[in-house]
Design a protein around this ligand. Structure first.
Ligand code: PMV
Length: 286
């Protein structure tokens, strides 16, 4: 019995979510949590054998790249599922890597990026591609998609950025959140979010704290209607506890908020997250 196992990391969007769908830049970072896919050769139709991601769309999404016959798929995930930390993109990338391994090769970035849109479209409607691009590259990237072509710059950070993540539990559906923004058409705010993302990238490259820009970014995300009272409260509490800034990260409507912390503030900020009944954990990026 042949098994092929590959992993890919989740991500956080440091700046630029939603605006990136309209061709503006976003900054996203891979995190050290991974989703792992195992393909098992078996007789008969392909299908999921076990999955940490419980979503009816998972098999229709994977069926866009997994052959219809002969493979059982097992999905394990350290990436919290359905909360804007990229579990679906990590699933997509891990699956494509495992399929390539079955053919005795490594998948190239171009293959992961191009074919990654197939499952991502089933899961997310009209994805910008930032999620699976950052998962495939596994670092901090500035991402933009212009006329269908990606422009991706990997950033080298002079120092790692420490973040506290506040997880509200389940997030809203990304496709629904993106459609809501499209309907409201807040073009000025989207342009401002794009400009902030460029400033965040510049701050990170200079080793400067992007925290205050996170807080500005969050205010704009509120303005385009993707925040919730719970996310607003989490951001407020994290800043009051000593974070230099905080924002929702990902599609919004739930999901996670992130705060920039240092070694002095981290424990206080984690405590503040738990005090409002949310799950909190710290990650480093860069
Ligand atoms: O995958 P999520 O839920 O973190 O959201 C992705 C970011 C969006 O900009 C909202 C959508 C996209 O395709 O870029």
């Amino acid at each position: 019995m042949s098994l092929y196992t590959r992993s890919a990391p989740g991500k956080v969007i440091l700046s630029g979510e939603h605006a990136v769908v309209y061709g503006y830049r976003a900054v996203a970072a891979a995190v050290s949590l991974t989703t792992t896919v195992t393909l098992r050769e078996r007789a008969g139709a392909s299908g999921i054998e076990e999955s940490a991601i419980r979503d009816d769309r998972v098999w229709p999404a994977l069926a866009t790249v997994v052959p219809p016959e002969g493979l059982g798929v097992t999905i394990r995930s350290e990436v919290p599922v359905g909360c804007g930390m990229g579990s679906s993109a990590a699933l997509t990338v891990a699956t494509l890597r495992a399929l390539a391994a079955r053919e005795g090769r490594e998948a190239s970035f171009d293959e992961l990026y191009t074919r990654g849109f197939l499952p991502e479209r089933v899961l997310h409607g009209t994805p910008s591609g930032v999620d699976h691009a950052v998962s495939a590259l596994g670092c901090v990237v500035v991402y933009r998609r212009d006329a269908g072509q990606p422009q991706i710059t990997a950033l080298t950070l002079p120092r790692r950025l420490r973040l506290v993540v506040a997880d509200t539990g389940r997030g809203a559906d990304t496709a629904t959140m993106v459609a809501g923004v499209r309907e409201r058409g807040p073009h000025g705010a989207l342009r401002s979010i794009g400009a902030l993302a460029e400033m965040v990238a510049a701050h990170l490259q200079r080793g400067e704290d992007p925290g205050p820009l996170f807080t500005e970014n969050h205010a704009l995300l509120r303005r385009i209607g993707v925040s919730t009272p719970q996310l607003d409260e989490a951001c407020r509490r994290m800043v009051a506890a000593g974070a230099s800034g905080a924002k929702l990260a990902g599609a919004g409507g739930g999901g996670v908020a992130i705060a920039a912390v240092d070694s002095d503030s981290e424990l206080n900020v984690l405590e503040a997250v738990r005090a409002v009944g949310l799950r909190g954990f710290a990650v480093s990026v860069g």
